[in-house]
Design a protein around this ligand. Structure first.
Ligand code: ATP
Length: 257
């Protein structure tokens, strides 16, 4: 089967600095892949390659067998900084509508789609509010709803819950898990939080740095739905957690640049 996303000997250099090197990775449709690694190892750059925001300096990154040359409507991004991602002068509905405008969805069809997404993300009653009237967690729900309005096959998430408090983060992790199970989307998720990566991922990719490269891949063979209390006590979770911490500790001994 053709992987949905594949990296073939892909690398990125900024000037004389090799940031990513020799990336080889296949991501299957419907897979949830998390990427972890020490600060500056190239996680965001890897995500930007899939997003079509940056070309590889060598090798190929492809989507459904085609080299990714520019952003594509099938691939949506959710950023950590919801404060900057949302337009403050537009309401929740207006922000979600942005994606529909970009996709050329006829005006008459937009209301029903927006109402569905508002319900899906638990934002009922908030459609007319402005971002400044919402908590961080709610704003991040709006950003996710807006990404889903694009009807993507792939969701790229760059530390989407990194700025949220622990309770809100856990709630959104479970929302995301539910969405993925319902909609069979493929997710590429960058995080600093090792437990979050294991909790959400089918696979966790551990990057080494300088230059950034794939150091170790962890398969997470834990059934779904996962549970915030039971899953972190699962022996498989604990085993991967130990290995992942050892791996990260080891990579942090490598020089940053
Ligand atoms: N546009 C750019 N020009 C020059 N260097 C860049 C550019 N973008 C990223 N870099 C460098 O590439 C390296 C990897 O950056 P990247 O943001 O991908 O790492 P990261 O793993 O996501 O970091 P963090 O965990 O701190 O967010 C860093 O050394 C960064 O300074």
């Amino acid at each position: 089967m053709t992987p949905l996303i594949s990296f073939r000997d892909a690398g990125v250099a900024f000037g004389s600095k090799q940031v990513l090197e020799g990336l080889n990775l296949d991501i299957a449709e419907g897979e949830f892949v998390c990427v972890v690694g020490a600060s500056g190892c190239g996680k965001t750059t890897m995500l930007r390659l899939i997003a079509g925001l940056h070309p590889p300096s060598e090798g190929v990154v492809s989507y459904a067998g085609q080299a990714i040359a520019r952003p594509r409507p099938e691939i949506a991004i959710v950023f950590q900084d919801y404060g900057k991602a949302l337009l403050p002068w537009r309401t929740v509905s207006g922000n979600i509508e942005l994606a529909l405008e970009a996709a050329g969805t006829p005006r008459a069809e937009r209301g029903a789609i927006i109402a569905n997404l508002i319900a899906l993300m638990g934002l009922e009653g908030d459609g007319g509010k402005f971002p400044s009237e919402l908590s961080g967690g709610m704003q991040q729900r709006v950003q996710i709803a807006r990404s889903l309005a694009q009807r993507p096959q792939v969701l790229l998430m760059d530390e989407p819950f990194g700025a949220l408090d622990a309770m809100t983060r856990q709630g959104l992790q479970d929302e995301l898990q539910r969405l993925m199970m319902q909609q069979r989307m493929t997710v590429f998720f960058v995080t600093h939080d090792l437990e979050e990566a294991i909790y959400l991922g089918d696979r966790v990719i551990g990057l080494r740095r300088n230059p950034g490269r794939i150091g170790k891949v962890f398969d997470v063979r834990i059934g779904r739905p996962r549970d915030q209390v039971a899953t972190p006590e699962d022996p498989e979770f604990l085993r991967i957690r130990r290995e992942l911490y050892d791996f990260i500790r080891d990579t942090e001994r490598e020089p940053a640049s």
